[in-house]
Design a protein around this ligand. Structure first.
Ligand code: TRP
Ligand code: ZN
Length: 462
């Protein structure tokens, strides 16, 4: 992974930036180069909050060349003399802030912008970054590939946890959600599918432009674009919810059966988790191996066809509530995503003639998969382990422990209320434990938190 930070040049360039800073108006200081995430300290940036990303991309699969313009509308949360955006690779052609050319410097994943005039706390400002090049495929601490993944007929942009910076500059941390417009131009004959809803499509001079709009707040790691040949299907689900699916034509026949389950899964999830949080849903199914995993990209999760199965579809759609709408405040809170989505699979089995969640819980407890007990769900051992079984399975076990303690009625109140209370927001593990305690004030959760959520060893009793 090329996320290493080359410090010396950054200091040198910043010195130049500081010397050339102009006087007058507010006197700001630089925003931070990260938001102190315990697992990804350089992810995100301090000093501002993004409200909207307006991204215009042009991509040619044959040459793997991308040109992009990112117009980022943000509000300063302090007086700023400079601020960072996250961007890995690519060439920055120009940066303007409020229409005036800005100085910029690059070091590792940090693109430091020095606006012509300092920005005042509370000020909304617009930054335009023009960039180009071949976007990188990044390797995560756990070895998986993210960022920009070229495929046989196009590419996939995937960003968990820190891959969106491979294809657009931004505040690449789940704590800063924003609305998006993504306009992608590709050679005529190819499709470009993204989050949200298709607002416009036009073809000119042998190239087709797709404009996707995402009104609801979205974390950068959930932004996606899928470029290639796709069979596009539009239907509606419960209460007229628009469904748009995009399936690689070579996979369409084999995947039709699972795809047909999508509306029913949404309906079942609404019954269990409460109203679906977004204005459309769907799925993108690309070829086996195009990605090594499925990802809960907002509105429209992405699947390599070999992982497009009912359980995985239940899992990724459950993330629309738990992860996409209620987003973790930091990567330490990952179990709030994966524990819930895994538990959704257990509940689906329970409701569809399979094992009860309690049975699944007991099988795991008695089973010989020692990896589950390697570390507690709420404290992964390192960035390389945020997507391992203690986060997924043991995270789901925490939910089963709560259900055991409070009974079904209160349990469903809790999981629905949690989704409703933090809808379109960000929440931490401490927010969750406090919420559970408020919903069941007569119960004592101390042991569950201590042994199951934060405890190092396998709890002594199931
Ligand atoms: N979130 C994905 C899921 O639905 C898995 C995943 C893909 C992941 N990339 C990741 C988890 C990076 C953590 C980090 O389970
Ligand atoms: Zn998941």
């Amino acid at each position: 992974m090329s996320r290493s930070v080359r410090r010396a040049p950054a200091v040198a360039v910043l010195l130049v930036l500081a010397l050339t800073a102009c006087d007058g108006g507010v006197r700001g200081t630089p925003g931070g180069s990260g938001v102190r995430d315990p697992y990804f300290p350089k992810a995100g940036n301090g000093g501002y909050d993004v409200g909207h990303y307006d991204l215009t991309l042009d991509y040619t699969p044959a040459t793997r060349h991308l040109t992009g313009t990112a117009v980022i509308t943000a509000r300063a949360t302090q007086d700023l003399s400079a601020f960072d955006l996250d961007l890995a690779g690519l060439h920055v052609d120009s940066v303007t802030v409020e229409g005036r050319p800005a100085l910029f410097a690059r070091a590792g994943q940090e693109l430091t912008v020095r606006p012509h005039d300092d920005l005042s706390e509370g000020e909304t400002f617009r930054t335009t970054v023009r960039y180009s090049g071949t976007p990188r495929t990044l390797t995560d601490p756990d070895g998986s590939k993210e960022g920009w993944l070229p495929t046989a007929d196009g590419a996939l942009g995937l960003g968990e946890p820190v891959g969106s910076m491979a294809w657009f500059p931004g505040n690449d941390h789940p704590s800063d959600k924003a609305s998006y417009d993504l306009t992608v131009t590709v050679p005529q004959g190819l499709q470009a599918v993204s989050n949200g809803e298709l607002a416009d499509r036009s073809t000119k001079g042998g190239r087709t432009t797709y404009h996707w709009h995402t009104a609801e707040p979205m974390a950068s790691y959930l932004a996606t674009v899928a470029i290639g040949h796709f069979d596009i299907t539009r239907t509606t689900g419960p209460h007229g919810l628009p469904i748009l699916t995009a399936v690689d034509p070579t996979q369409a026949k084999a995947r039709a059966k699972v795809l047909a389950q999508l509306p029913g899964i949404i309906k079942w999830e609404e019954l269990n988790f409460g109203p679906y949080p977004f204005s459309s849903t769907g799925a993108v199914v690309d070829r086996p191996g195009d990605a090594g995993y499925a990802l809960e990209t907002q509105n429209r999760p992405v699947f390599p066809a070999d992982q497009f199965e009912t359980g995985t579809l239940v899992h990724e759609l459950a993330h629309q509530w738990y992860g996409d709408s209620v987003t973790p405040k930091s990567w330490q809170d990952m179990w709030l995503n994966e524990g819930f989505a895994t538990y959704a699979e257990w509940l689906w089995q329970e409701d569809h003639g399979g094992d009860s969640a309690q049975q699944t819980f007991m099988d795991l407890y008695k089973g010989d998969n020692e990896a589950i007990w390697a570390y507690p769900p709420a404290k992964p051992s390192s960035a390389a382990h945020i997507s391992d079984s203690p986060v997924y399975q043991r995270g789901a076990m925490v939910l089963q422990k709560i259900r055991q303690k409070v009974g079904d009625d209160t349990f469903y109140d809790i999981i629905q209320g949690w989704a409703a209370t933090h809808r379109h927001g960000s929440a931490s593990t401490a927010d969750f434990t406090a919420y559970v305690e408020r919903k069941a004030p007569d119960k004592d959760f101390t042991g569950i938190w201590k042994d199951w959520l934060y405890g190092d060893a396998k709890p002594a009793h199931p």
